[in-house]
Design a protein around this ligand. Structure first.
Ligand code: ADP
Ligand code: MG
Length: 316
């Protein structure tokens, strides 16, 4: 690796990188990717000089990179032991890959969270599900992109799934059962934060009933008559930094040491604002970026650029 101090972006999915590469280039921040799908480190040697940003993802296993989580645990501990500046470091990786950890940290920070049970293995699933009235949700503890999220309208259907061949365990064996959040309108909101501050909030249309959200790409599918579908992702300008939930999220991010995240919440018909998902390797929707007053990748490039300026190489 080069001797010149720079920003190292630790990740396992090169496809997500171009918007960030463009933002670094536009601001003249030297940055390079550290693709954590293989490689090696010398544990007795000093890491390269620079600032490190982890973009490791809970959905790495869906790209055949299940071990990147473990590689990340190793690399981030090593970097931190040398006192390197790591944005979204080892503690944040633990939150990224566990919705149990997210729920615990959100609840402890006083944020409203969905009633949730964590089931270890398959044995307790059917019994535990009886403590939720239908409809309820099952999802993977280690999730992402909505994979593994299912709605159940009957306990019998759920039981049959658990006992049948289609049951799909979370990569870590922990299945969550969760109260179904009835939203007042068919959308959820994803609030994007960089350096603990709100960048913007995005309204995500859920009327099609799909749980698979992919802000990185244009997911909109045109209607059968060729008319363009309404955009799935829209800027929600009424969610401002003054919004009470934003203040709660900021306190949570600070307590959890998370500098960059997209936080998802639902507004229920009975007036609750329920936060249910933390994405610490957030991707930004291009249509929203095109009209938003601030850019997610732009804010990240300036945060990492200023951390790099502050970075003084520690004498060996
Ligand atoms: N408890 C719930 N009630 C209703 N809908 C939910 C619930 N949990 C998740 N969803 C829907 O499924 C989507 C994906 O779930 P989420 O927990 O964000 O998992 P992932 O980490 O895979 O994105 C959410 O954005 C939301 O639309
Ligand atoms: Mg989500």
């Amino acid at each position: 690796m080069s001797q010149q101090p720079q920003v190292y972006v630790i990740h396992e999915n090169a496809e997500w990188f171009p918007p960030f590469a463009a933002a670094f280039a536009a601001q003249g921040v030297p940055a390079q990717e550290w693709l954590l799908t293989d490689g090696s480190i010398d544990l007795s040697a000093e890491p390269p000089q620079g600032v490190f940003w982890s973009r490791l993802s809970a959905s790495a296993h869906t790209r055949d990179h299940a071990d990147s989580k473990e590689y990340g645990r190793a690399v981030l501990r090593w970097l931190e032991s040398w006192g390197r500046t790591v944005v979204n470091g080892s503690e944040v990786l633990e939150l990224e890959v566990s919705k149990v950890a997210q729920h615990a940290a959100l609840r402890a920070a006083g944020v409203d969270v969905p009633a949730t049970a964590a089931v270890f293995g398959r044995g307790d699933l059917k019994t535990r599900a009886r403590s939720f009235s239908a409809p309820f949700i099952s999802k993977h503890n280690q999730g992402g992109k909505g994979l593994g999220v299912r709605r159940w309208d009957s306990h019998d259907d759920f039981d049959a799934w658990v006992d049948g061949p289609d049951f799909e365990p979370s990569p870590d064996g922990i299945t969550l059962l969760q109260e179904y959040l009835w939203t007042r309108e068919p959308f959820v909101t994803r609030a994007e934060y960089v350096d603990g501050e709100l960048v913007y909030a995005v309204r995500v249309d859920t009327s099609a009933g799909s749980f698979e959200l992919c802000p990185a790409e244009a997911c909109a599918v045109d209607g059968e008559d060729g008319t363009p579908a309404p955009p799935l992702f829209q800027l929600r300008e009424e969610i401002t930094p003054e919004h009470p939930l934003v203040a709660q999220h900021r306190a949570f991010l600070k307590a959890a040491g998370i500098r960059i995240a997209g936080i998802e919440f639902a507004e229920t018909y009975d007036g609750r604002l329920v936060t249910y998902d933390i994405n610490t390797n957030t991707n930004y929707n291009p249509d929203v970026e095109a009209i938003a007053p601030h850019s997610g990748p732009g804010r990240i490039a300036s945060l990492l650029g200023s951390l790099l300026t502050q970075h003084q190489p520690v004498p060996a």
